[in-house]
Design a protein around this ligand. Structure first.
Ligand code: CTP
Length: 463
């Protein structure tokens, strides 16, 4: 606040100040000091969310569920209007700051209609500086949400710039900040934005999204869409609850990797699964605050951080480990479980006898996903399977969803030419009972992050 001197104010404000100072018999400097002191000591000025009767009463709600929503400039700003409504529906009071760029996309008037008070737009405007003050804007809310967070706002935050109201508030706050970035996919993947993101994550800023999908610009697709309002609300609720991740406290069970089905002590039946996707999901869930148990078949990828790992070899061991890990709130079955095992597991190495090739009789393995999804007790609220297909991907996935009784299937084409099996990227079709979402090609880490956001939003709705 010390940085704001009377000298820097525009003429109109100086005049207002002089009048006010004269009226109160103080010097202008003393008047500024008095205003700032009283602003800091004043009771709450937040407009609370509507009460049960849908009415808002200033000063009535004293709970800590209030956010400062900073709306940045971008086409996604229109979704922030819906976000205000969604927050208030959940009893979360929202005060709004809009950047200059945001006002090119939506008007302060539409934001004020939804928030119940006029948004704050100017670092040097009489109300934001003298009535509330950017320090107070920064201090009063329980958390700050920036949605849409543009590449420019992220860059300012990462570097501590404060040349407008939004960036000054972000620099002045000691509250948790939740960023919902939205930008062109090329801007999101640019090295500068990546550096800024890494810096902000190191500074404890929490991200929700961006999601993959069609951009507002026609013909553009990729990662850069702002998270949906309900996903942002779910992330905000987790932060308001004092937790640092969108899945804080949620118990997540993940299977990953192939299984090895022994034929004899030296030979086994296996498949090409690397475990990269399942491990990425387990790590992303843990990073989002979930309590994760990862049941993994034999893989060469490193153990993800922060998860409880149970290492198994064969499908039956995997089923036993999964059953032992229940109850869970969410279960993700990413393992490529061998469908069959050898009918006999020879204790001795099978030798060539010179009398032709040995018969290898197979028996079917238990279907772990189907077993858990059909459980009468301790069925996780959300059961998610994968479908590895080589043709008619979505059609097979739909049939699998029905047959296995799960809630979602992430279907992918694993034909050799896609390079998905063992590779680093994945192209997902999310099949639910409501329809199909086609995700663009993404890295397996990005698929994991997108899935975690979807799970968080779904768990928020199930509460
Ligand atoms: N799955 C499982 N246990 C099995 C087989 C599969 O838990 N014994 C799970 C996988 O982890 C995955 C889903 O079921 O989430 C689908 O796996 P997939 O191999 O695509 O399907 P299959 O059941 O093997 O069907 P099909 O071979 O007919 O394609």
């Amino acid at each position: 606040m010390a940085s704001l001197t009377v000298r820097q104010l525009d003429e109109k404000l100086k005049k207002q100040l002089r009048l006010r100072a004269a009226k109160n018999g103080r010097s202008v400097e003393d008047e500024v000091r008095t205003i700032l002191r009283s602003a800091a000591a004043d009771t709450d000025t937040f407009v609370p969310a509507p009460n049960a009767k849908g009415k808002t009463e200033r000063g009535a709600a004293t709970d800590a569920r209030r956010v400062l929503l900073i709306i940045g400039g971008g086409i996604a700003a229109y979704k922030s209007l819906d976000l205000i409504r969604r927050l208030r529906e959940r009893g979360i009071a929202a005060r709004v700051v809009m950047t200059d760029a945001a006002q090119k996309f939506i008007t302060p008037l539409s934001a004020s209609a939804l928030a119940g008070e006029h948004p704050y737009i100017d670092l040097f405007d009489a109300r934001s500086e003298f009535d509330v003050g950017h320090i107070r804007l920064a201090r009063e809310p329980s958390i700050i949400i920036v949605a849409p967070a543009t590449a420019d706002l992220m860059a300012k935050m990462a570097n501590g710039l404060a040349d407008d109201l939004a960036s000054a508030v972000l620099l002045a706050t000691d509250k948790k900040i939740l960023l919902a970035p939205a930008m062109n996919p090329n801007m999101w993947s640019n090295m500068a934005t990546r550096r800024n993101r890494a810096q902000l994550e190191a500074d404890d800023v929490v991200f929700v999204g961006p999601n993959a999908g069609e951009m507002a610009e026609s013909g553009e697709a990729g990662v850069g869409r702002m998270a949906e309002p309900l996903e942002i609300v779910a992330a905000a609720e987790a932060l308001l609850a004092g937790n640092s991740g969108v899945l804080a406290g949620v118990r997540v069970l993940v299977t990953s990797g192939p299984t090895h089905e022994p034929i004899d002590p030296v030979r086994y039946i296996a498949n090409r699964s690397s475990g990269k996707q399942g491990h990425a999901i387990a790590e992303a869930a843990a990073k989002a605050g979930a309590k994760v148990t990862l049941v993994s078949g034999p893989v060469n990828v490193p153990d993800p951080r922060g998860v409880n790992i149970v290492k198994v070899e064969a499908a039956r061991d995997m089923l036993a480990a999964v059953e032992a890990a229940l109850p869970a709130d969410v279960a993700v079955f990413a393992a490529a479980v061998a469908d069959w095992r050898s009918a006999s597991n020879s204790r001795e190495k099978i030798k060539k006898t010179g009398k032709g090739t040995p018969e290898l009789a197979l028996v079917e393995n238990p279907d772990i996903l189907s077993t858990v999804a059909h459980r009468k007790t301790r069925r996780p609220k959300l059961v998610i399977g994968f479908a590895a297909e080589t043709e008619r991907v979505v059609e097979h996935a739909r049939a699998k969803l029905a047959r296995k009784g799960c809630d979602w299937i992430l279907a992918n084409d694993v034909s050799p030419e896609t390079g998905i099996m063992g590779g680093d990227s994945n192209t997902i079709h999310l099949v639910t009972r409501d329809g199909v979402e086609n995700w663009p090609p993404q890295s397996k880490n990005e698929v994991a992050a997108a899935l975690i956001q979807r799970i968080a939003a779904a768990m928020g709705e199930k509460k």
